[in-house]
Design a protein around this ligand. Structure first.
Ligand code: NAD
Length: 248
């Protein structure tokens, strides 16, 4: 039996990168998936790719996670399509890097709005049906830099550290209704977000990582799959690091 047979999942930021890999992994394990991202067209294309490769049901939902009405509508549309929402993955994220003295207020706000407020809004919208069903999983994609800090990423690191606080608070609030909330903290993963790094920077990064390489999006997806399925039934409020040992 597939690990997520009969389950439904909504993954934000799922048109590409880690989010797409998570949605694909869930679908391969039998879940019906809602692919939510900024562009409706990209979501529809990703959903078609997932359905074609796995045979699972998949829909595309255009949304901006920083807008409350969009988040509420996405949950409603998922329930309209699949009857329920069992799993939410808050994966949508952006960077606006810069040293603090040069960082604009707008760059700080934009990153907070998407990475932290977006996860709060999505969790709030998903919590209503999950608490009623007395079951559910919420998985927040944080980052190693939310744990370690990072020069040039004060906004991003703060948003990702904030996600860990949000995860633990939601876990405490929702535990009485069996809604489990955990975070995954990836290290350096090979996606468009890290593609732009110069070779010199990459060599320095590899030297810092005990396993000596970047991670693959599929390796993050496997951690999310574990937290979404029955094997993690006694785990809530935790941060699962997928970082090759970069931060311990
Ligand atoms: N790549 C890494 O090394 C790495 C490391 C640690 C954490 N992460 C986190 O993993 C997640 C996915 O990263 P990725 O590398 O796949 O990045 P990516 O840029 O390839 O994908 C992010 C997706 O989020 C979407 N998105 C952005 N703003 C949005 C909004 N307002 N509403 C809805 N969707 C929005 C984008 O359109 C994009 O499809 C992010 O939260 C990122 O911070 C990535």
């Amino acid at each position: 039996m597939k690990r997520l047979e009969g389950k439904t999942a909504l993954v934000t930021g799922a048109a590409r990168g880690i989010g797409l890999e998570i949605a694909m992994a869930f679908a391969a394990e039998g879940a019906a998936v809602a692919v939510a991202d900024l562009s409706q067209q990209d979501c529809a294309a990703a959903a078609a790719e997932i359905a074609g490769k796995t045979g699972a049901k998949a829909i595309g939902l255009g949304l901006d996670v920083s807008k409350e009405a969009d988040c509420e509508r996405a949950i409603e549309e998922t329930i309209a399509a699949f009857g329920k929402v069992d799993i939410l993955v808050n994966n949508a994220g952006i960077t606006r890097d810069g040293l603090v003295l040069r960082m604009k207020e707008a760059d700080f706000d934009a990153v907070m709005d998407v990475n932290l407020k977006g996860a709060f809004l999505m969790a709030k919208a998903a919590a209503k049906p999950m608490l009623k069903a007395r079951a559910g999983r919420i998985i927040n994609i944080s980052s190693v830099v939310g744990q370690s800090g990072q020069a040039g990423q004060a906004n991003y690191s703060a948003s990702k550290a904030g996600l860990i606080g949000l995860t633990k608070s939601l876990a405490r609030e929702f535990a009485p209704r069996q809604v489990l909330v955990n975070a995954v903290a990836p290290g350096f993963i090979r996606t468009r977000m890290t593609e732009g790094l110069k070779d010199e920077a990459k060599t320095k990064i590899y030297e810092m990582i005990p396993l000596g390489r970047m991670g693959e999006p599929g390796e993050v997806a496997k951690a999310a799959l574990f937290l979404a399925g029955d094997d993690s039934a006694y785990i809530t409020g935790q941060v699962l690091a997928v970082n090759g040992g970069l931060y311990m």
